[in-house]
Design a protein around this ligand. Structure first.
Ligand SMILES: NC(=O)c1ccc[n+]([C@@H]2O[C@H](COP(=O)([O-])OP(=O)(O)OC[C@H]3O[C@@H](n4cnc5c(N)ncnc54)[C@H](OP(=O)(O)O)[C@@H]3O)[C@@H](O)[C@H]2O)c1
Length: 381
């Protein structure tokens, strides 16, 4: 499915005047915060209307010879992304922490597809984003194959709503680690395989909730005491950090490398992401199916970003315009404007530098990886 080229203009990404100037602030201004919540509420109430032009499921092109890794594909949106890509003929690697569940899913998909001539080409590899060591082991194993990778879909994520602050064994706030730092490390370490698959794409499952996030690069774990930790802040900050890191990554990857970084919003989707909500809220969640997408509907923006032929042109246009934010595709498969705070290049650069330190990569890691050199990882911030 293609979208009209008129949509792919920088004006569609909004007017960033007044946003590029450097600002030092400790949190979102009230008007920005209010506008952020308006976007969240707007997506909730109007996502079905704005996405009414889309098919469900999205028709995908034939993907024989297309290899992709989908993280967190045992549940929700990731499961749908993996299944549909596999059914379109792609070689899908399910990067998951519950391997048995993934094997069971593959068996189920195969039995449902019995009689069709296309055999599903799906495999399972272990990945736990709560451990940076697991990410390194995964990337090492994958890169050792010297196999082209065409799309890395960073889907796995957590939102432990209402729970107290928790830290990974690497010492990082869990939302920040699972939703931003570990996918960032995975993206960086898989650059050699993405180069082999070039033109290739890194797709990050982001969220409209980034609009109410704020990242202080000096306080990524929200432990300084300057701001109060809530799980909502943990989640929205991690999603904003992902856009900021992705924007600098996209800027620094030379155009000739042919790797594009895209953030997508799946919409507000009924999945296991709500499993940690209080029971009464989960019940409420079930009562509003009209507004909430199902996982198949929620998978469309990521599938679109991973497979539509116009997406690389859009990324190239943003790059040529030195746009401060990487491509952001909304739940309706249209290019959208990320939040005002996401346009702040100064903090994006600071988040890039801080994130590299936190994941143990040197400042020139990207350039070295692109030149085919090894990078040494040194943990500790
Ligand atoms: N649902 C929404 O309304 C919504 C809105 C905006 C953005 N998103 C984003 O969409 C993505 C998918 O979420 P979803 O709604 O499909 O949620 P989900 O049903 O809870 O699926 C999340 C997936 O991530 C995996 N995962 C969690 N922690 C992991 C870890 N430490 N290591 C490896 N995998 C891990 C889970 O694995 P297990 O199966 O083992 O738990 C699961 O497969 C997330 O990034 C989320 O933030 C969702």
């Amino acid at each position: 499915m293609a979208i009209s080229s008129g949509l792919f203009s920088t004006s569609a990404a909004g007017d960033a005047d007044g946003v590029r100037e450097s600002r030092k602030k400790e949190e979102l201004d009230w008007p920005e915060w209010g506008r952020g919540w308006l976007h969240v509420v707007g997506e909730f109430f109007f996502q079905r209307i704005s996405a009414s032009h889309l098919e469900n499921p999205l028709t995908l092109p034939h993907l024989n010879g297309f290899t992709c890794i989908v993280t967190g594909s045992t549940s929700g949106i990731g499961l749908e992304i993996a299944r549909q890509l596999a059914e379109a003929g792609a070689h899908v690697v399910m990067a998951v922490r519950r391997m048995n569940s993934a094997y069971e899913l593959i068996q189920k998909w195969k039995s449902e597809k019995q009689g069709l001539c296309l055999p599903l080409n799906v495999e399972v590899m272990e990945l736990d984003l709560l451990s940076l060591d697991s990410v390194m082991q995964f990337a090492k194993a994958w890169n050792a194959r010297q196999e082209a990778l065409h799309a890395l879909i960073n889907n796995a994520g957590i939102f432990t709503l209402g729970e107290s602050q928790r830290f990974s064994k690497d010492g990082y706030e869990e939302h920040m680690q699972v939703n931003h730092l570990a996918p960032a490390l995975l993206s960086m370490l898989l650059i050699p395989s993405l180069l082999l698959g070039s033109p290739s794409r890194i797709i990050n499952l982001n969220s409209i909730m980034h609009s109410v996030g704020f990242v202080n690069p000096e306080d990524m774990n929200i432990t300084s005491g300057k701001r109060k930790y809530t799980s909502l802040a943990g989640y929205s900050n991690s999603k904003l950090a992902q856009i900021k890191f992705s924007s600098i990554l996209q800027k620094r990857i030379p155009a000739e490398a042919g790797i594009n970084v895209i953030c997508v919003s799946p919409g507000i989707v009924h999945t296991n992401v709500a499993r940690d909500l209080p029971k009464v809220l989960v019940a409420g969640y079930h009562l509003i199916p009209y507004f909430i997408f199902d996982a198949q509907e929620g998978s469309r923006s990521a599938l679109f970003a991973a497979t539509d032929p116009q997406v690389p042109d859009y990324c190239a246009m943003l790059k040529a315009d030195e746009w401060p934010v990487c491509a952001y595709i909304s739940h309706d498969c249209r290019p959208a404007n990320a939040s005002e705070e996401a346009h702040n290049l100064e903090t994006s650069q600071a988040v890039w530098e801080k994130s590299l330190k936190m994941i143990g990569l040197p400042a020139d890691a990207l350039e070295n990886l692109i030149e085919g050199k090894n990078v040494e990882q040194h943990f500790g911030n």
